[in-house]
Design a protein around this ligand. Structure first.
Ligand code: NI
Length: 181
């Protein structure tokens, strides 16, 4: 299906590339944001970054609390983490670009992010100890060529990438996540 073909999966150089800031919010950006939200909802993800659909620009979409009838999408243009503090928290993260695996990543529990919205307004997002705090950091990492496995120690990373290769060989597709034991 189209969504799955859209998603750039590891290993792909585009996932390791620093993305360019967006200079102008034009129709291309608006259409891309809508398209990324469609992909995100279709795969039941909570966030998607532009490089994951092959566009090397600083655009992220997030929705951490949607239901079938109610959506709460955020579009973040040129997002910047201005505060990352609080106690480190380890959570299991999944990523559409790494189908079939979950990775335990430790991150600061509190973040403040500044980003433009589609109207060009500078917005401020604050999240503490919740999925939003994790998702903001995970997606903004993507814009800097950093993925969840890059947070692992070298040996752990080798093991996880092996697990990932096995999952892909077994037919894992974007949106598939490992069931955590
Ligand atoms: Ni991701």
């Amino acid at each position: 299906m189209a969504v799955v073909e859209d998603i750039v999966t590891a290993p792909d150089k585009r996932l390791k590339t620093a993305c360019a800031p967006i200079e102008e919010i034009d129709d291309h950006i608006r259409e891309l944001a809508a398209h990324m939200l469609d992909d995100m909802y279709a795969t039941e993800g909570c966030g998607l970054a532009a490089p994951q659909v092959g566009e090397l620009i600083q655009l992220v979409v997030i929705d951490v609390d949607y239901t079938k009838s109610k959506r709460n999408p955020y579009v973040l243009i040129n997002p910047r983490i201005v505060v990352a503090d609080g106690e480190e928290r380890e959570t299991g993260e999944g990523c559409l670009s790494f189908p079939g695996i979950t990775v335990r990543v430790s991150r600061p529990s509190h973040v403040v992010v500044e980003a433009r919205n589609l109207d060009g307004d500078l917005m401020r997002y604050e999240a503490s100890d919740n999925l939003m705090a994790v998702c903001l950091q995970h997606e903004i990492d993507h814009l800097h060529g950093v993925t969840m496995v890059d947070h692992l120690k070298p040996l752990q990373r080798v093991r996880k990438m092996h697990e990932y290769e096995e999952a892909v060989a077994a037919g894992a597709r974007p949106g598939d996540v490992e069931v955590e034991e």
